[in-house]
Write a protein that binds this ligand. Structure first.
Ligand code: ADP
Ligand code: GN1
Ligand code: MG
Length: 355
């Protein structure tokens, strides 16, 4: 692991951290921020170089995060703790924007679900997270990325990137482009439901992948929902769906061998058991009906976003090699196609849990 201690010690020391900085290393598998683990002789911290391309207004972003975490703390829920700068600010603005959180100790994050139980526990935690926020005043939140899960808008962005084909890459991904174009008619249900009121607008997390939750290292029970950057008004089916997208796959999001990538109904069942048992008291019949569709929608939307980024020269998601976004696109579209074929089985599972 590369050692960034010399480079970033001065940044870490601008925050109200306890102890002398000993080591700073890259950490985690997030696609958006650049995350470091800071170790002092007393404690550990997460320090992030904030992605100001994705979230241009750091002030509003941190106001959202402070509002949500303070609300959760007042309810006794374990959550991110923002470590302020020595001047008492929630982030540091120098050449880049930086923030620091307490490192939540004795926890692990998973990049794929190791078994149904862990995934089920994560489902319960994301369901409970939504319940906790049911009483939170959404009007204090900035719409930090407007139209985040507006799939028709994502489709328009995709078509614009395809039209521009700025890097001449469209020729390498004809089947993927064909899949996304052919499914246009399936993209509108969620935004239409939110617009006509048949789907309730709730405060949702909007990025509920398995590595955005910290599990207890000993018990594998969920400890804290993290990556609160995208907490915004949205639909329950986004949160349910995005977890299924990432966690109900038999392989990693960037698995190159598509033979290994399948949508697992068993993992779907495990997650649904945890999630639905938590939201049973508040889920509406229409939301229940659209949970399987939500899984498909978040998956095809994510595939579309990865492909848009590939066509546009990989400027949004962090990539480790050329073609990384195309590899990700392929796993998502394979999963979306399998989910489409499994709607009846998914609906049966949900009904068996919720009734
Ligand atoms: P990104 O927005 O890039 O996904 P995250 O905020 O999700 O960044 O952080 C990346 C990873 O760092 C997480 O998946 C998790 O493994 C780890 N992480 C983030 N915050 C904490 C924390 N407070 N305590 C422990 N681990 C954390
Ligand atoms: C990003 O930040 P991270 O890595 O948890 C992205 C999500 C995508 C996900 C795909 C703000 O999540 O929307 O679903 O990658 N976050 C943002 O893995 O765009
Ligand atoms: Mg993350």
């Amino acid at each position: 692991m590369t050692d960034y201690t010399k480079e970033y010690k001065a940044v870490a020391e601008r925050f109200a951290i306890v102890g002398e900085v000993q080591e700073i290393c890259p950490y985690g598998e997030g696609h958006i921020n650049v995350t470091y683990l800071v170790t002092t002789d007393r404690r550990r911290y997460i320090m992030q170089k904030m992605n100001t391309k994705v979230f241009p207004d750091s002030k509003k972003l941190m106001k959202n995060i402070c509002a949500v975490t303070e609300y959760l703390k007042a309810k006794g829920v374990e959550t991110l703790n923002v470590v302020p700068t020595k001047e008492g600010e929630p982030f540091l603005q120098i050449d880049a924007n930086w923030r620091v959180y307490d490192f939540i100790e004795d926890t692990v994050t998973y990049q794929t679900a190791p078994n149904g139980e862990v995934f089920s526990n994560s489902g319960r935690a994301f369901g409970e997270f939504q319940n906790y926020l049911a009483g939170f005043d959404a009007s204090v939140l900035y719409d930090i990325i407007p139209l985040f899960h507006d799939t028709p808008k994502r489709f328009r962005d995709f078509k614009a990137a395809l039209e521009a084909d700025a890097y001449g890459r469209a020729k390498d991904c004809k089947p993927e482009i064909g899949f996304i174009l052919a499914h246009e008619a399936t993209y509108g249900l969620a935004v239409e439901g939110l617009a006509d009121g048949t789907l309730p607008l709730r405060v949702t997390h909007n990025d509920t992948k398995l590595n955005n939750i910290l599990m207890d290292a000993k018990t594998d029970k969920a400890r804290a929902v993290i990556d609160l950057d995208t907490v915004m008004p949205g639909s329950m089916i986004f949160d349910f769906g995005d977890s299924i997208r990432f966690g109900a796959s038999t392989a990693a999001e960037d698995e190159k061998d598509l033979e290994k990538v399948h949508f697992s109904l068993e993992l779907f069942r495990a997650y649904a058991e945890g999630y639905c048992s938590a939201v049973k008291g508040s889920i509406t019949p229409r939301e229940k009906e659209l949970l399987p569709y939500g899984a498909y929608l978040m998956t095809v939307e994510c595939g579309m976003r990865f492909l848009t980024d590939y066509l546009s020269g990989d400027t949004y998601f962090a990539t480790k090699y050329e073609g990384h976004n195309l590899v990700r696109t392929r796993t998502q579209l394979k999963l979306a196609a399998e989910m489409e074929r499994s709607f009846p089985e998914m609906a049966e599972i949900v009904s068996a849990i919720i009734g």
